[in-house]
Ligand binder design. Structure first.
Ligand code: SAM
Length: 281
């Protein structure tokens, strides 16, 4: 494949008379440098790579250079013959015409990668960003690195620390299972066609063990969701509407572990959430 620039993307679109479909989040990245950076950030080193939404195959091309095998899931069947062409030089790439939202990733790992560990890379279509990221984070599958290009504000939320305006339940989920790192921001003008907002690339490196140990993950995530359910309310009021305990009981529990019941959910660290959830059991 040629060196990627906006004119390469426009030339491929013209050659195949391809019309970009906004509803499928089809904003294709047109910077060779950033494509290489995303592929490097996935740290594939001769291992397995799964890509979500290959488009014209510009990222697939970089993954194929670094991987033993790449499997790319693309929902738009118009792209399949184009991908067969643009990636014809590789025999380690398999394109599957499939909707990621209807795909069991564990099945792909078993059938396509023989159960081996994988890394996932994607320039995610914006309309499925949150469900895809949540599913992968919670999957408990043999995944090493999960590198995605998302809207900048989503990347900021994933990477956020307690006490900041971006911190929310998804930040806790992300940090519980992974070490997140913003690789770079990407201006909207580097996509064809250009979306309305800037993007960022974030790497989530899965931890061998979650960042904190909790007695019961279901209670932990229920506590986190409850704490962020009503941003303007105190932790005590948020918990009182989600757990079948009186406010007095909840206050005592929080006092017992040194967490002020008047605090707001967004001020609690992942470790404090773990202590709180364990105490609520
Ligand atoms: N990887 C290419 C790049 O970086 O230029 C294309 C990225 S584009 C933002 C998103 C791609 O995901 C498009 O090719 C789109 O057709 C595909 N896509 C959209 N929804 C999908 C879904 N549910 N499952 C799989 N692919 C999807």
């Amino acid at each position: 494949m040629d060196f990627i620039s906006p004119s390469t993307i426009k030339r491929i679109a013209a050659r195949y008379n391809f019309k970009f479909q906004k509803g499928l989040g089809q904003n294709f990245l047109s910077s060779q440098e950033i494509l290489e950076e995303i592929a490097d950030a996935a740290r594939i080193r001769g291992g397995n790579a799964l890509e979500i939404g290959p488009g014209f195959g510009v990222l697939t091309n970089e993954l194929a250079k670094r991987a033993k095998k790449v499997v790319a899931l693309e929902i738009d069947e118009r792209l399949i013959p184009i991908l067969d062409d643009t990636l014809s030089e590789y025999d380690n790439v398999k394109i599957i015409n499939r909707d990621i939202m209807k795909t069991d990733i564990s099945d792909i790992i078993e059938k396509e990668f023989g159960g081996e560990r994988i890394s996932i890379a994607a320039n995610l279509p914006y309309y499925i960003t949150t469900p895809v990221i949540t599913t992968v984070l919670e999957s408990k599958l043999p995944i090493d690195n999960f590198v995605v290009m998302v809207q900048k504000e989503v990347a900021m939320r994933l990477n956020a620390r307690e006490g900041t305006k971006d911190y929310g339940a998804i930040s806790v989920l992300c940090r519980y299972y992974t070490e997140p790192e913003i690789i770079r921001t990407v201006p909207a003008g580097l996509f064809v066609p250009a979306p309305k907002v800037d993007s960022a690339v974030i790497r989530m490196r899965f931890r061998d063990e979650p960042e904190v140990s909790v007695k019961d993950e279901t209670v932990f995530f229920k506590t986190v969701r409850a704490a962020f359910s009503q941003r303007r309310k105190t932790l005590l009021n948020c918990l009182a509407s989600s757990f079948p305990k009186s406010k007095d009981e909840l206050s005592d529990i929080m006092q017992g572990i040194g967490i002020d019941a008047r605090r707001r959910g967004e001020t609690l660290s992942v470790d404090e959430f773990a202590r709180l959830a364990d105490a609520l059991i």
